[in-house]
Each structure stands twice: as structure tokens, then as C-alpha cells.
Design a binder for this molecule. Structure first.
Ligand code: NAP
Ligand code: MG
Length: 406
């Protein structure tokens, strides 16, 4: 079999634990035998991040900006336990947060839909993609516990001119204690988020939904609505060409509409809404092993990954030599996402076609009743075969080879 040439490089970010083991197998079995590909390799294992004082993460992110497409394995975000476990110099920050900051990126999460794994909501027929504005609001707030009577004010001191003061609350009498909070966002970040959402929706040819609570938050949430409306105007011609629409909702209306809609849209969410709703959507569509994630910069650079972590519990079993049944589907789709996008950007349809064939091989394997055990409670297939991690990959390889041969 002659290999398909991938014209430009893909940046590869290796990771940790169970996903690192599966990652190597995916490359060995499903990619390298079929593709002639230049992978710019960065080892983001927690031990190498420690050895390089986390410089490897920064360099990998810069490489994605340079080459335009990257693919990332799951990585450990160290806490105190992990610092002890690996003898780290310190608890390095989340690689995903570092990469997101460097790329000024937005995360889009999209479930993989398979006909014999029906979503929990019977109306959902197509994937619902969620975008979360991962900057500011309560994630960058300042909070106070008020223990004695007093006054809380919001003070803005401009570089020039008089300070502006707003009374938040007078804590007094039997209501003399409580809590207070201040939070912020920036026009720049909201614009970047909105732009990434329009870019993604236009690229995927799917409608865009956005929701806030601007009836209550008449300044803060209203600002988000306004910026999205400006970006909608700026992208109007491109949206028309892609045959898609932009719709604004109140957040509670959006939640109600989502539950009775067939899906197939991009749902852009403010930071907290996205944190909460992405978990609801992920669970509604089935397993974490079926959720993909892509980080998109406002100017269209892409980093693909699985939404799940390093699956530590399974890795412990693997280390003890016990059998595992870890779902590799989202990891495979991270690779096919990157390869498909590379082909699109390079104008090499045979590369994109390979990615789609590999995805088909995965879906047909599951539809044929062979799946990892996390999917057994979800499938409608009678007497499905729950297999171990490696048997599933072998089954996918067999189907892929058959497809490529025909
Ligand atoms: P996790 O790795 O996502 O796993 C949590 C549980 O979800 C697993 O124990 C497993 O449940 C199930 N699961 C997740 N992915 C699965 C798959 N592919 N196949 C089958 N089951 C799957 O989350 P975690 O255990 O909280 O975190 C482990 C490490 O991952 C942490 O060090 C964390 O920092 C890191 N993490 C990284 C990323 C990232 O790089 N994007 C994201 C999240 C977490 P059962 O054990 O019940 O089978
Ligand atoms: Mg969450």
C-alpha cells in the first residue's frame, strides 16, 4: 500500500498515563502505516514539563501558531499529590490553560454520534457543539466574606479623572454579615470569543446560538450580547454564503430550546454557563470517551484533543498488568480532526478523505456491536461485545485496512 503524503506538518503534543499508552498505539496501528507525515513532536508528559520548567508547553503552543494545526494527548495537571508522586519542582499550571492563553483560543466540544448509542434526550439527532468563553467572570473574581456591619462599594478609578463609586450593599442590623463579589471581563476577550465562534460556525456550516441574562444584568451581560451582535454584522456575508444563522436567546430560554431541538448547532456560552452546560451535554450524549474538543484561535489555528483526562484509574490497572477497557474513540477523533483540517488547509482532499475513512471505521466498529465497556450500558445493540482496549483498536484497524483496500 502506498502511503498518503501529508503536505504540511502537524504539531503533536504527547501526554500522560493511559492516554499516552493508547496514543502510541493509535499512531503505530492506525496512522503511520498509511500516512507519510511530518510530526513536530513535543513531549508534554508531566516529567518533561518539570524537566524543562514547563518551557515545552510554551514551545508547543508557539509551534501550533506557526504550523496552524496541532493534536494533543491528555496531560496531568499536577496538584500536591502529583508533585509528591513524581517529585516535581512545583505544581505546574494546567497545560491546556497555558496553550489557550498563548493561542487566545476558544474551546469547542463536540460529541461523536453513533447510531446505536442514542442520546439521553430523544429529540437530539445531531451533535450539539458547545463553546465556552474560558476567560473572566467568576473565574477571575474577587470575593469577600463580610463578618461585621459595613458598606460594600464598587470603585472604578480611571487613569485620569474622578473615581466612580457604586453602592453594592449596606450590611446592617440583623443583615450585618454575608458575602460579596466583584468580577470583570474585557471587550478584547469577548470579541475574540465571538470571532472564534463565528469562524467555527461558518467553517462547520452550523447555526450559532448565544444566550445571556441581559434582562437582569443590563450592563454586564448586555455587553456580551452587544459584542456578539457586532460580530454577527461583521460576519454577515460569510454566514449567508455558508447558509447559517445567528440567534440570540435568554439563557433560560436557550436551555429549554436545547432540550426540544434536534441539535446540529454551535451553542456559545458565557464562562459559567459553558462550564455547567458542557457537562450536561457531554453526559446527555453518552460517554466522556465520545467527546472531542478543539481549541480555535480567532484567526483560525486549531488544536484537537479528547475532552477526557488521562484516565488514571485505568492506568493503575494497566500498570498492574490487569486488563483495561478504555475508550480510545475521542483520542482517535482528535487525530482525525487534525489530519482532516490539515488536508483542508493544504488543499489535499486525499488526506481529508483518509481522516473520514478512519472515523467511519471507528463508527462502523461500534455499530457492528464491538465496543469498550463504558458504552455497554448505553447501546441499543442486543448482545454487544464489550472488549478490552487493544481488541477494540485491532477491530478498527481491520476495518480501516479493508476500507483502504477497496
Ligand atoms: P478522567 O481521566 O477523564 O477520568 C475520569 C473517569 O471517567 C475515569 O476513571 C473513567 O471512569 C471515565 N473515563 C474518562 N475517560 C474515559 C475513556 N476514554 N474511556 C473509559 N472511561 C473513561 O478524569 P480524572 O480521573 O479526574 O483525571 C485524571 C487526570 O487527567 C488528572 O491528572 C487530570 O489533571 C487530568 N485531566 C486532563 C485533561 C486534559 O488534558 N484535557 C482533562 C481532564 C483531566 P471509570 O474509572 O468509572 O471507568
Ligand atoms: Mg464543568
Amino acid at each position: 500500500m502506498t502511503k498518503i503524503t501529508v503536505k504540511n506538518p502537524i504539531v503533536e503534543l504527547d501526554g500522560d498515563e493511559m492516554t499516552r499508552v493508547i496514543w502510541a498505539k493509535i499512531k503505530e496501528q492506525l496512522l503511520l502505516p498509511f500516512l507519510d507525515i511530518d510530526l513536530k513532536y513535543y513531549d508534554l508528559s508531566v516529567t518533561n514539563r518539570d524537566a524543562t520548567d514547563d518551557q515545552v508547553t510554551v514551545e508547543a503552543a508557539r509551534a501550533i501558531l506557526r504550523y496552524g494545526v496541532g493534536v494533543k494527548c491528555a496531560t496531568i495537571t499536577p496538584n500536591e499529590d502529583r508533585v509528591k508522586e513524581f517529585g516535581l519542582k512545583k505544581a505546574w499550571p494546567s497545560p491546556n490553560a497555558t496553550i489557550r492563553a498563548i493561542m487566545d483560543g476558544t474551546v469547542f466540544r463536540k460529541p461523536i454520534t453513533v447510531s446505536n448509542i442514542p442520546p439521553a434526550v430523544k429529540y437530539w439527532k445531531k451533535p450539539i457543539t458547545i463553546a465556552r468563553h474560558a476567560f473572566g467572570d467568576i473565574y477571575r473574581d474577587q470575593e469577600l466574606v463580610i463578618e461585621r456591619p459595613g458598606t460594600v462599594e464598587l470603585v472604578y478609578t480611571p487613569q485620569e479623572g474622578e473615581p466612580q463609586r457604586l453602592l453594592v450593599n449596606r450590611f446592617d442590623g440583623d443583615a450585618g454579615s454575608g458575602v460579596a463579589m466583584a468580577m470583570f471581563n474585557t471587550d478584547k476577550s469577548i470579541h475574540s470569543f465571538a470571532r472564534a465562534c463565528f469562524t467555527y460556525a461558518i467553517g462547520e456550516k452550523i447555526n450559532l446560538w448565544f444566550a445571556t441574562k441581559d434582562t437582569i444584568s443590563k450592563q454586564y451581560h448586555a455587553r456580551f450580547r452587544e459584542i456578539f451582535a457586532w460580530e454577527a454584522e461583521a460576519h454577515r456575508a460569510q454566514m449567508e454564503a455558508a447558509g447559517i444563522t445567528y440567534s440570540y436567546f435568554l439563557i433560560d430560554d436557550a436551555v429549554a430550546q436545547i432540550m426540544k431541538n434536534e441539535g446540529g448547532m454551535l451553542w456559545a456560552c458565557m464562562n459559567y454557563d459553558g462550564d455547567v452546560m458542557s457537562d450536561m451535554i457531554a453526559t446527555g450524549f453518552g460517554s466522556l470517551g465520545l467527546m472531542t474538543s478543539v481549541l480555535v484561535s480567532p484567526d483560525g489555528k486549531y488544536e484537537y484533543e479528547a475532552a477526557h483526562g488521562t484516565v488514571t484509574r485505568h492506568y493503575r490497572r494497566h500498570q498492574r498488568g490487569e486488563e483495561t477497557s478504555t475508550n480510545s474513540v475521542a483520542l482517535i477523533f482528535a487525530w482525525t480532526g487534525a489530519i482532516g483540517k490539515r488536508g483542508e488547509l493544504d488543499g489535499t482532499p486525499e488526506v481529508t478523505a483518509f481522516a473520514r475513512q478512519l472515523e467511519q471505521a471507528v463508527i462502523e466498529t461500534i455499530e457492528g456491536g464491538v465496543m469498550t465497556r463504558d458504552l455497554l450500558p448505553l447501546t441499543t445493540t442486543p448482545n454487544p461485545r464489550g472488549v478490552d482496549t487493544w481488541t477494540f483498536l485491532n477491530a478498527v484497524e481491520e476495518r480501516l485496512r479493508a476500507k483502504l483496500a477497496s
